[in-house]
Design a protein around this ligand. Structure first.
Ligand SMILES: Nc1ncnc2c1ncn2[C@@H]1O[C@H](COP(=O)(O)OP(=O)(O)O)[C@@H](O)[C@H]1O
Ligand SMILES: N[C@@H](CCC(=O)OP(=O)(O)O)C(=O)O
Length: 365
């Protein structure tokens, strides 16, 4: 069977709501017809849509300032229903069926639930149903929250093996500085590599309804690039540009896929998991891991934190406490504490096939 090309479109709250925080029918209609064009040109689109909290607050007439987390979650409970109702109604008019997928970080961090989410998405996509994804805001809290849909959209793009991730926002791309503060800032059309110098040009959100600003969009572009996926950041004011972007036209800011992209399982280890403990390694082990394609041996581990069983995801830190790798440990925390006192030669803690070295974990998460 022919595999259709997949495109993930992430749209931010500001591109879906009006100045009163209510869902903006005109903006939604423009998005819906652009997605219809993608279907017509043979793409399988996946929509990652924010807007639940904003739409809920607008509908309830609640003020955004000083809300507690349960109040925001309550607003999302109201807004998510309104959002799906509107999407179902508008897509129904053009004979496109939609399905709602609500995910938490914890869902994707669990390998079985990750695979289940992938199977469900594939079942929808192969039947031409449009998946509409959002974070499950009503149950996600603190460390099990993505907190921003930019990161979620990059993980979803990896999950469905998309060709392209398009992030629609309230500005037409990445600028050399935050345009609200720097009038001289210029649009950057292409980014070859999302390194720390690029992350530095990104500032905070631009509107009261946005979350994370450019920083989380760049973190998303970095995850996508390492997953072999191109990202485009552009304005949600003219979603009709989606078709042009999908056919390769240069609009907004595009981020090229990395040459050293990770295979699916390693993408999940690197970006989708929540470490259950930490292994601190000495300089020799850190050097060996960074040089690439090496397993982590017990002889290089100097300290273990956390209580985890064999088969858990753990973070590997250098002596400065910076996370430099992540992988699945062969030994429990208890056994590790025993063996590092008197390590046996060649005893493997994390096999190289289950280990990902990534100096940028701290700026990616
Ligand atoms: N270097 C930059 N280039 C472009 N926009 C930036 C930059 N730094 C900060 N921003 C701000 O990021 C905002 C977009 O992020 P955000 O408000 O979170 O939107 P969304 O709701 O679409 O996710 C822009 O409105 C802009 O003011
Ligand atoms: N899950 C939240 C969206 C969080 C978020 O990332 O918002 P945004 O920066 O507007 O894309 C919601 O639906 O309100």
């Amino acid at each position: 069977m022919e595999q259709h090309k997949r495109i993930v479109i992430k749209i931010g709250s500001s591109s879906l709501t009006d100045k009163h925080g209510l869902l903006d029918e005109i903006k939604l209609k423009a998005l819906v017809s652009s997605i219809a064009e993608l279907f017509e040109t043979g793409w399988q689109p996946i929509l990652v849509s924010s807007g639940a909290v904003a739409a809920g607050l607008g509908h309830l007439g609640w003020c955004r300032a000083n809300l507690t987390m349960p109040e925001r979650q309550a607003a999302a409970a109201v807004g998510q229903g309104l959002l799906m109702e509107k999407y179902s109604e508008l897509f129904q008019l053009i004979q496109i069926k939609v399905g709602q997928i609500l995910l938490t970080k914890e869902d994707l961090a669990d390998r079985r639930r990750y695979i289940n989410a992938r199977n469900t998405l594939n079942a929808l996509l192969t039947r031409n149903v449009l998946p509409i994804v959002n974070e499950n805001d009503t149950v996600a809290f603190a460390e099990i929250r993505f907190g921003d849909n930019d990161t979620l959209s990059a993980l979803v793009a990896g999950l469905v093996e998309a060709e392209l991730l398009v992030i629609l926002t309230d500005i037409d791309g990445l600028y050399s500085g935050d345009p609200r503060k720097d009038p001289e800032a210029k649009l950057i059309p292409v980014v070859q590599q999302v390194d720390d110098s690029i992350i530095r040009v990104a500032g905070e959100r631009g509107s009261p309804v946005g979350t994370g600003g450019m920083r989380t969009k760049l973190a998303a572009a970095r995850i996508a690039a390492r997953s072999g996926i191109k990202t485009v950041i552009t304005s949600g004011n003219n979603p009709e540009s989606l078709k042009a972007i999908a056919s390769g036209e240069k609009l907004g800011t595009s981020f090229e896929p990395a040459n050293n992209s990770l295979k699916s399982r390693k993408q999940w280890i690197a970006f989708g998991t929540i470490p259950r403990g930490t292994l601190k390694v000495d300089e020799g082990a850190a050097r060996a891991l960074m040089a690439g394609n090496k397993s982590l041996l017990a002889v290089g581990v100097v300290a273990v934190t956390g209580n985890f069983s064999a088969g858990s995801i753990v973070a590997v830190e250098d002596l400065n406490g910076l996370e430099m790798a992540r992988g699945i440990t062969n030994l429990s925390a208890e056994d590790l504490r025993l063996v590092i006192k008197k390590p046996k030669r060649g005893l493997e803690v994390i096999n190289r096939d289950w280990l990902v070295c990534e100096r940028s974990f701290s700026t990616c998460q």
